[in-house]
Write a protein that binds this ligand. Sequence first.
Ligand code: SF4
Length: 209
Amino acid sequence: MEVSSDKEYIYSSTELDRYEGQVIEDVKASSQESIPDPDAWLEEELSRNILLTTVDAIINWGRRSSLWTVSCFPACCAIEIMAIEGPRFDLSRFGMDILRASPRQADLMITAGTLTWKMAPNVRRIYNQMPEPKWVIAMGACGISGGIFRSSYSVVPGYNKIIPVDVYVPGCPPRPEALIHGIRMLQRKIARTPVVPDLPELPLKGKQE
Ligand code: SF4
């Protein structure tokens, strides 16, 4: 049954009731057979359904593909963090769209800004509260060395004076593309990190990104 599109119903009419009944009848008529099991492929030949990898590779794949950044952006480099989180650069592509307000739910610190000695104990506390494994990207000249404020009595000359840094991204501020490059470098580093400590670093296989 056709219902004219230019007719507006305020209350249910007989015509509308008939139309709704017809829709139900149509669904009923086309739903007499069971929908095939979407997991039927599991019953195919077993050898075609097995992927082999190592525990290290699969764990590191999960770790590098779901880095959650703790909110700790003390100065102007934070503006570039805001840009990178937007649709143009789309950090969601790397599983990184969640900025955590709690360090206990984060495994990455991006040091987006000048750090003063007054703030240093708090930043170190945030880092200490992050669970292992965790990583740090020193973003911008201030994050790497104190930048133009390096000689100031109040500025920490680089985050690596208070916490270990994994990747350095220079610039004042670095462009979002540079930060993405740093993130990709960190992902490669994570991929090569042994899951069980004290084992030698894994060789990098395949094409380098
Ligand atoms: S590197 Fe430049 S943009 Fe970044 S916090 Fe320092 S002064 Fe600001």
